[in-house]
Design a protein around this ligand. Structure first.
Ligand code: TYM
Length: 327
């Protein structure tokens, strides 16, 4: 049996090149080597308030972006989290074996919580639901960006704790990070990771941005006080631009040095812009074709949920058995 892969994205904000380089592109690369499930995690999105109409539209937008990136719905299941109730059901069972202290230590919880006047219980439980997503399918590999590594560490801890309390039940999953692009930083502030929720203009390049908007964002990107590219002393902003280029172009470290050492920042930004625009062009074209046929999108999502539900229900059945719940 092929190892199972599970990953997902929240349908909140606009997907950006960090989401693409950190996760989505890797999904496309490995989709034929494993049995893959790619999820749109709407239950995670509602840990912060979402406008209902916008959320519903976003779910379909994310599904179309998965397809536009090249995910093949015949090879992989593309599904919406809330369409398979077992996600929420298993999350509750795992909540009961997870110490609160583990959750309070999560850096994303602390960062997101600090921005809220009052914090929902859902925000604290967020990583338990994420663990449920993964453990429900006995996934062996979870391809994500670096910001999710701590949540995966916790997923392993929860799986091991459950296994030691109730006997071997869950596969303990591994994390798969890309070699380049695991942490794309904000273009306006390279000390912060590029984020869907940071609203500032100039922060991110969204996957659906026009060439003109992409150009404007990259031209304004923060660099440093060096006159030109020097790999030894470059600041975080310049390194981030180089990373974005390298990730899209697939260039080796040696080629990067040969090409960019001594290049002035104006020229560097032009080359990064050209690379991003050229890479996103075909992607945006496919997105327009896919969204022209909303019936197709719904079919893909219905079929995806139908395909994975039996796996999810089997796991919930097993967990009920192990925990002594009513069957
Ligand atoms: P989300 O929606 O924030 O991000 C989706 C994916 O994009 C990656 N990513 C980045 N990679 C590189 N640079 C960045 N600046 C950057 N920003 C985001 C994320 O690491 C992620 O892989 N909790 C998850 C969603 C989730 C999930 C799961 C993932 C729910 N259940 C189960 C894997 C398995 C999240 O909020 O991702």
């Amino acid at each position: 049996m092929k190892t199972r892969v599970f990953s997902g994205m929240q349908p909140s904000g606009n997907l950006h090149i960090g989401n693409y380089l950190g996760a989505l592109r890797n999904w496309v690369r490995i989709q034929h080597d494993y049995e893959c499930i790619f999820c749109i995690v709407d239950l995670h999105a509602i840990t912060l308030y979402q406008d209902p109409a916008e959320l519903r539209a976003k779910i379909e937008e994310i599904a179309a972006l998965y397809l536009a990136a090249g995910i093949d719905p015949k090879a992989c299941a593309i599904m919406v989290q809330s369409a398979v109730p077992a996600h929420a059901e298993l999350a509750w069972m795992l909540t009961c074996v997870t110490p609160v202290g583990w959750l309070e230590r999560m850096t994303q919880y602390k960062a997101k919580g600090a921005k809220q006047e009052s914090v929902s219980d859902g925000l604290l439980q967020y990583p338990v639901l994420m663990a449920a997503d993964i453990l429900l399918y006995q996934a062996g590999i979870v391809p994500v960006g670096e910001d999710q590594a701590q949540h995966l560490e916790l997923t392993r801890d929860i799986a091991q704790r459950f296994n030691s309390l109730y006997g071997d039940t869950f596969v303990v999953p591994g994390t798969s990070l890309p070699a380049v692009g695991a942490r794309v930083m904000g273009l306006d502030d390279p000390t912060q990771k590029m984020s869907k929720s940071a609203g500032a203009a100039g922060h991110a390049v969204a996957l659906l941005d026009s060439p003109d908007k992409i150009r404007k964002t990259i031209i304004r990107a923060t660099t440093d006080s060096n006159p030109a590219v020097d790999f030894e002393t470059a600041g975080a902003g310049v390194l981030n631009l180089l990373t974005i280029y390298q990730a899209f172009a697939g260039t080796s470290d040696e080629e990067m040095k040969a090409r960019f050492t001594g290049m002035r920042y104006g020229e560097l930004k032009k080359q990064v812009t050209d690379m991003v625009v050229a890479s996103l062009g075909p992607f945006q074209q496919r997105y327009r074709e896919i969204t022209g046929d909303p019936g197709y999108l719904r079919e893909v999502l219905t079929e995806g949920a139908g395909r994975v539900a039996p796996i999810a229900n089997d796991t919930v059945g097993l967990v009920k058995e192990r925990m002594g719940l009513f069957r």
